[in-house]
Design a protein around this ligand. Structure first.
Ligand SMILES: C[S@@+](CC[C@H](N)C(=O)[O-])C[C@H]1O[C@@H](n2cnc3c(N)ncnc32)[C@H](O)[C@@H]1O
Length: 360
């Protein structure tokens, strides 16, 4: 083998090593966030009152030495504030992001899927060889719970009060009594929020994940809504009878093996004056633009290989769009090919998602 070290700029190599080591730090900080969320440590800290490791351990019935190490790591990672004298506190901002499940900025919930997502790494070399990816259910029930908890804060806080009123004529139809479908509904939180807000309308959630549908049924029972039905789209696809006033697809088209078939089915299911809202990842139109203008690109490509592109390749002829594979030009092209004629972009102040209002 040729000696490659002679070409190496050691200062640049040192920087690269720091960069890679930082990524290992991020991975381990993620694991610690998983523990903090799972054991309720962030919630226990959320009063803002600085606690010692001994006080937190006693409050939680846990072992002080472990709590101390976790707290010191959290402070080192800039997640928990160190108040001096061995006391640690979660700031109001930290509470929004790490403890308060009802905050629009709550992120810790998504970390509950990390063990299931990382376990899938064992199976991915085979996918790299065969080309065939894994569906969402490969992550088991925790995968479905992680997606739900990651995306639910927006549905709980923004969908009904902020987003729906910006769509032309949709809220008045929902108030009067409309037929609605949420396709790729996951754990059903978006459909439940809409069903609660618009009791005169009837709602239908469609998904192909048995774990997501189990969660959707349990969430529906907890919410006690009666104007909502969930369907397994593999056996009960949306009917193509032009009967739906409003259809939503939230963060799912890029995950589908055949989004073009689902888009065609939506065109057939929607009334001539109906509306379809798409939420999908706010990617740049090209890889080159994602490389230079998308700070979230490393995260998105990682999610894609682990989850989104894998799901989109989980059938032998899957389109394989992946997390960044449905930017606005692709969305416009695909919906136009399916016969939609109106397309409007919305900015609902979400750094992750773009929103499109699409009509026949
Ligand atoms: C990222 S999750 C989003 C779930 C939900 N919309 C939410 O925001 O919580 C993508 C969902 O698309 C579903 N999905 C994938 N292919 C589908 C298909 N052909 N029809 C219906 N759902 C599908 C997956 O099972 C998964 O639940």
């Amino acid at each position: 083998m040729a000696d490659q070290t002679s070409n190496v700029d050691m200062a640049k190599a040192q920087k690269m090593a720091e960069h890679v080591f930082g990524m290992l730090g991020g991975a381990l900080a993620s694991a610690m966030i998983y523990l903090g969320d799972r054991m309720g440590l962030y919630r226990a800290l959320q009063s803002g009152e600085p606690l010692t490791s001994d006080e937190l351990a006693r409050k939680m019935g846990l072992h002080e030495r472990w709590i101390r190490e976790w707290l010191q790591g959290q402070a080192a990672a800039g997640l928990v504030d160190y108040a001096g004298d061995g006391r640690f506190a979660l700031s109001p901002e930290g509470t929004c992001v790490l403890a308060d499940e009802n905050s629009p900025l709550f992120l810790a919930g998504g970390f509950c899927a990390i063990p299931a997502q990382m376990a899938i790494l064992e199976r991915l070399p085979e996918s790299f060889r065969s080309g065939l990816g894994l569906p969402y259910d490969a992550f088991g029930p925790e995968g479905a719970r992680g997606v739900e908890r990651l995306l639910a804060p927006w549905y709980r806080t923004q969908l009904v009060p902020v987003a729906l009123p910006k769509l032309d004529g949709v809220v008045s139809k929902l108030n009067t009594g409309a037929k609605v479908a949420d396709i790729g509904c996951g754990g059903g939180i978006a459909a439940i929020e809409m069903a609660k807000a618009f009791p005169r309308s009837s709602f239908h959630g469609y998904d192909i994940s048995k774990y997501a549908l189990e969660r959707a049924e349990a969430n529906k029972a907890r919410a006690a809504v009666s104007n909502l039905t969930f369907h397994d789209a593999s056996s009960q696809p949306i009917p193509g009878d032009s009967s739906f006033d409003f259809i939503s697809t939230f963060d799912c088209l890029h995950d589908m093996a055949h989004p073009e078939r689902v888009i065609e089915a939506i065109r057939k299911a929607l009334k001539p004056d109906g509306t379809w809202i798409i939420a999908d990842i706010h990617g740049q139109p090209s890889f080159e633009q994602n490389l230079t203008d998308n700070p979230l690109a490393p995260l998105m490509y990682g999610f894609s290989v682990l989850c989104c592109m894998s799901s989109a390749m989980s059938e032998p002829d899957g389109l394989g769009l992946g997390t960044l594979g449905f930017p606005e030009p692709v969305a416009r092209r695909m919906v136009t090919e399916a016969g939609f004629t109106r397309f409007k972009s919305h900015d609902f102040d979400n750094p992750i998602n773009a929103y499109y209002e699409v009509r026949p």
